[in-house]
Write a protein that binds this ligand. Structure first.
Ligand SMILES: CC(C)(COP(=O)(O)OP(=O)(O)OC[C@H]1O[C@@H](n2cnc3c(N)ncnc32)[C@H](O)[C@@H]1OP(=O)(O)O)[C@@H](O)C(=O)NCCC(=O)NCCS
Length: 333
């Protein structure tokens, strides 16, 4: 038996079969396959494999009840998950990632009775769906997500069942991953629309040559008098398009808009541990204006308020660093 999965961007393929080895291939533009990595599962053969929507992470579901996860850019396993059942009933039959980036989920079926739904951003939170009852166990044949990732279809030997947070088979717990991520999605939808309506010129999307979004910056103008400035709210670039100068270009656009608006400076907040971003901002002329204690939650961490003076601030008064850190509750801007 051999099962393969091609990454959504069409550049990689993973293959598993009657062995504990996992084969990763590069697919060239001419359609040629080159073996680039041979990895090992925990012990037993892989039964199913799948890529996440960013084409960087892939999962392999195994006969011994493990799901092994890798990032294609590294040979070390990212993590491994286990089934609810330890005997042959826990053998992983089907593993899938949701393909809509607004709900990052991984789901896998066990041979009987259980579907595991995991938050694929951290792989730490999971919901467990019980199919059938303890006295009437059902063999599970496979699963797939709906295109909007709001529900999961689970195949049994007799039928296909749909599970979602509003459908006829409710995911039971209030704290379930579906509901949590969906709420988060609705929150962000509102948040993003507000930005697009109020500061359209500050919201820029970078696309690949074939028109797919690969990164974006969201920002706004705020403050009065010498505090009139541009603010970077979100900046992100898809993992497979990083280190190509995309973020730098997006930031330049935001700076141009702020210059055109006669602003004094541009500022942003960044996690103190986000070395890549801090280095990028420093490389573009940003400096640390102040440290903000416990600015971030989940995990709790201090933030750096970084600023770059624009041409209106000829004396660069706006970026003179504060001598002491401030607390998040002291911030006006
Ligand atoms: C930070 C981020 C936006 C950078 O995007 P990017 O398009 O890869 O950045 P660029 O290619 O424009 O890189 C510009 C410079 O940043 C620095 N940089 C970027 N990624 C880096 C990394 N992983 N390690 C060290 N430096 C890095 C480098 O100095 C780089 O210049 P160089 O490639 O000429 O050496 C991207 O890594 C990302 O989306 N991260 C997750 C979201 C995030 O942290 N956003 C910022 C929140 S404030």
């Amino acid at each position: 038996m051999c099962v393969v999965s091609v990454s959504p961007d069409g550049t990689k393929m993973v293959a598993v079969g009657d062995t504990n080895q996992v084969f990763v291939y590069n697919i060239s533009r001419q359609g040629q396959y080159e073996l680039i990595q041979t990895l090992n599962t925990v012990k037993d053969a892989g039964f199913s494999c799948a890529w996440d929507h960013s084409s960087t992470k892939f999962a392999v579901g195994c006969q011994d009840g493990f799901v092994c996860l890798w990032d294609v850019r590294r040979s070390k396993r990212l993590t491994q998950l286990t089934s609810q059942q330890t005997n042959g009933r826990g053998a992983v039959r089907s593993v899938k990632f949701s393909q809509s980036s607004s709900l990052d989920l991984l789901a896998f079926t066990e041979h009987t009775s259980f579907v595991n739904v995991i938050d694929a951003r951290t792989f730490e939170t999971r919901d467990i769906l019980r199919i059938g009852t303890p006295t009437a166990e059902l063999n599970l044949t496979g699963l797939t997500f709906s295109s909007d990732s709001r529900s999961i279809f689970v195949g049994t030997e007799q039928t296909i069942l749909e599970y979602d947070d509003e459908g006829y088979r409710l995911v039971p717990s209030e704290s379930n991953v579906f509901r949590h991520l969906h709420r988060l999605f609705l929150y962000y939808q509102k948040f993003y629309f507000n930005y697009l309506l109020r500061w359209p010129e500050y919201n820029v999307i970078a696309t690949s040559l074939d028109g797919r979004p690969i990164g974006y910056v969201m920002g706004k103008s705020e403050g009065t008098d010498s505090n009139w400035h541009g603010h970077v709210t979100v900046l992100t670039v898809a993992p497979s398009y990083r280190r190509l100068g995309v973020a730098r270009q997006l930031m330049r656009r935001l700076e141009e808009v702020s210059e055109a608006g006669q602003m004094w400076f541009v500022d942003l907040f960044v996690r103190i541990s986000n070395v890549a971003a801090v280095r990028m901002y420093q490389g573009m002329g940003y400096s640390i204006y102040r440290r903000v204690l416990q600015y971030y939650s989940g995990p709790e961490e201090d933030g750096l308020d970084m600023r770059k003076a624009l041409s209106k601030d000829r004396l660069k008064q706006s970026i003179i660093p504060l001598k002491h850190p401030v607390h998040a509750s002291d911030l006006d801007y």
